[in-house]
Write a new protein. Structure first.
Length: 300
């Protein structure tokens, strides 16, 4: 059979938007044209791909199977286009990265600045999210690369060491723990805690460790960012477990004190993850080599 790529793209857009009208708006064409192309494909393969309903469409079993093959085909075409652009104009393309707050706060800005300086033709789409969400984005193919905490099991993803960091306890100036040479998890659980919102790999790990010891963390405040955590600690609302790099610069100009955590998990890895079995585009592969510290490839 001969399939028209534009019709296949419209089919996928109808699935994504949930309606023929939505796909038509996305591609700036008439809904009747989209409907006709979908009907032509259905006639060609000899079966319906959608149940057409008043409020939209729903895939038939044949449509679900067709979507699997169409998605794979369009992804391969996209990679082919990117590869041809690389050959024609030098290294170009888009690298989609999902990264946790720790990596963005401590290491990633400088690494990406160095990369862009060497390869100005590459655009980077970076989103910040919790480690569990980073892995979900990579699994679904919405991100080429992900950076997440080693405290979170990467499961089926290919994982490579990106950086190591150290977790410390941030306490307000004058706090009883401020003069300690180190603290244990038990010491931390005795305190009111300021943490990131639910989903933080650090907080999830501490909660799991506390549960093993039959204790419950006394989380007093949850906020959205490291800066928010630091501000709450400065206001004496509790103590917080944060990466060393997220406290170091702030502690110089604030009333925070860093106390080492005498626990093995305080020495943490940040992992670079990618989906197994999926060949990265050239730009993403070069980025992968940069971030994992391999020999830096020469510019074309």
């Amino acid at each position: 059979m001969n399939y028209d790529l534009q019709s296949l793209l419209l089919f996928k857009s109808v699935v994504s938007s949930g309606s023929i009208a939505g796909a038509a708006e996305l591609h700036n064409i008439a809904a009747s044209a989209v409907s006709r192309r979908i009907s032509d494909v259905e006639i060609q393969i000899g079966t319906a791909l959608f149940y057409r309903q008043r409020r939209g469409v729903e895939l038939t079993p044949a449509g679900e199977e067709f979507l699997v093959h169409v998605s794979g085909l369009l992804n391969r075409v996209a990679r082919m286009d990117q590869a041809m652009e690389d050959f024609a104009d030098g290294l170009k393309g888009v690298v989609r990265i999902a990264a946790n707050t720790s990596s963005i706060t401590q290491f990633l800005p400088e690494d990406l600045a160095e990369f862009v300086n060497d390869f100005p033709g590459v655009r980077i789409k970076l989103v910040e999210m919790f480690s569990t969400d980073v892995m979900a984005q990579v699994r679904m193919g919405h991100a080429d690369l992900g950076i997440c905490s080693g405290l979170t099991n990467p499961g089926d993803l290919d994982a490579t060491l990106y950086r190591r960091d150290t977790l410390v306890l941030a306490v307000p100036e004058g706090h009883p723990l401020a003069s300690r040479s180190s603290v244990s998890l038990g010491d931390i659980l005795d305190q009111d805690i300021v943490s990131l919102q639910d989903g933080s790999s650090i907080q999830a790990y501490v909660d799991a460790k506390a549960e093993i010891e039959g204790r419950m963390p006394k989380t007093r405040v949850q906020v959205m960012s490291f800066d928010g955590v630091r501000r709450m600690v400065e206001a004496h609302l509790g103590v917080a477990i944060l990466p060393h790099g997220a406290v170091l610069d702030a502690s110089r100009d604030s009333k925070l004190t860093m106390v080492p955590i005498a626990e093995p998990w305080a020495e943490r890895e940040l992992l670079l993850v990618r989906k197994p079995g999926v060949q990265l585009g050239r730009a993403s592969q070069v980025m992968f080599e940069y971030l994992t510290g391999h020999s830096r490839p020469q510019k074309p």
